[in-house]
Design a protein around this ligand. Sequence first.
Ligand code: CP
Length: 308
Amino acid sequence: MQHNFLSTQLLSREELLGILSKAECYRKGYEQITQPIFAANLFFEPSTRTKMSFIVAQRKLGIEVLDFHTDQASVQKGESLYDTVKTMEAIGADLVVIRHQDDNWYEALLPYVSIPVINAGAGKGEHPTQSMLDLLTIYQEFSSFQNVNVVIAGDIKHSRVARSNMYALDKLGANVYLCAAPGLEDESLGFKHVSIDEAVEIADALMMLRIQHERHINNFQSTNSYLEDYGLTKEREQRMKDHAIIMHPAPVNRGVEIDGDLVECGRSRIFKQMENGVYVRMAIMANLLKQRGMLHETFTTKRQAITS
Ligand code: CP
């Protein structure tokens, strides 16, 4: 069992599946813990879904939330990430949730922090809690990962969501394909790249990604034709398999990587993904707190094992 939650690469197949199984228990019913527990959410980059769903998950678990806003915090006076986290630890936070623009921000931090650290997004590195909610959404659809064709399409080069998902999906037996416009690919990742027209034909789950302009060194211009050339148009959606689903971690740029009308179409699971985010984050935090003897769980339904 990991002391932190930092990367799907560091998780075994059993650990990935155990979180999904527990998330399903939380979705179906649970009892709140009573011991006071404090969590600090340190978001150094903007977030709507991840931050809000961590807060909902924390409140559902009965955890007190120490909210934090960079524009009102002492980072404005030059305080480092390290000193901010040590401060949270000193004042009694029992776990910290961190989003930061550096790809590997946690590496310098971990040797000196004794409370659990959860990666809520690390630059172009990983976004493992997003991956867990994506995995749960795929599992709910197909009841397996074996030989499910998952195409991750968009700004692969700069996407932490793509990285966390490809590591986890590959481990669970899914067939992972990548799809990107010229300049946004990453051949070093070792997965096959396909065109968007091939993607819509082969995908069981088609995961669209937005262009991460904020992480580009060379200014990639998404022209008016980006949707037509590389995105999911209504015409392409018509060519998807009957059972295939559309996913997107959001925020969505409607009309850029995906036609705006497809965001809420019948095969879209985009809002389901967000809903699942609460349950996987509950499961992840519960696992970390349980290891420290701070959490005693009672579920209202029998836990069902999820297998890949
Ligand atoms: N998917 C995701 O991480 O969304 P936010 O940036 O809004 O948290």
